[in-house]
Design a protein around this ligand. Structure first.
Ligand code: CUA
Length: 157
């Protein structure tokens, strides 16, 4: 079979497009996958928050020498656990999930102010410069107990 010169060119062009397209799809799938633990949206079943890692063990955990993870459950009307303690000068990765409605996770005197939407894991990294006690409060109206929804985090030297 003899292919016309132009048919050959079009065939090569078509195959090239396909390869380019597939590699873009492949690369973006890979990068999305690669980035999701750091900043993307992580899904979580609000009814199964307490059974889903890391929320099955809420609290502060050291990840490495300079990094800590604080896993916090937000619910009407409070945060869990209550006794949060983290060191100053280290990166704290906050992971927050709601078991019911939309709340916020706001740390007074910092730029940490995140909406906590049920169904999603909210992640934010923050480093406290100064030790002390910081107020954590809810900025999203979430029901009759909204004004009582707060806790404290202790930042140690
Ligand atoms: Cu939770 Cu307002």
């Amino acid at each position: 079979m003899h292919l016309h010169k132009y048919e050959k060119i079009w065939l090569i062009f078509g195959v090239t497009c396909l390869v380019v397209f597939l590699s873009i799809v492949g690369v973006s799938a890979f990068t999305n996958d690669h980035h999701s633990p750091a900043g993307g949206i992580q899904q979580i079943d609000p009814e199964k928050v307490r059974e889903t890692a890391p929320f099955n063990e809420p609290g502060v955990k050291q990840l490495d020498e300079d990094t800590y993870q604080a896993t916090i459950i937000a619910m009407a009307f409070g945060y869990e656990p209550q006794d949060l303690k983290v060191p100053a000068g280290k990166e704290i990765i906050f992971k927050v999930a709601s078991t019911d409605v939309v709340h916020s996770f706001t740390i007074d005197n910092t730029n940490v102010n995140m909406m906590v939407v049920p169904g999603q894991v909210t992640t934010k990294s923050y480093t406290f410069d100064k030790p002390g006690k910081y107020l954590i409060l809810c900025n999203e109206y979430c029901g009759t107990g909204h004004h009582y929804m707060f806790t404290e985090i202790e930042v140690t030297e």
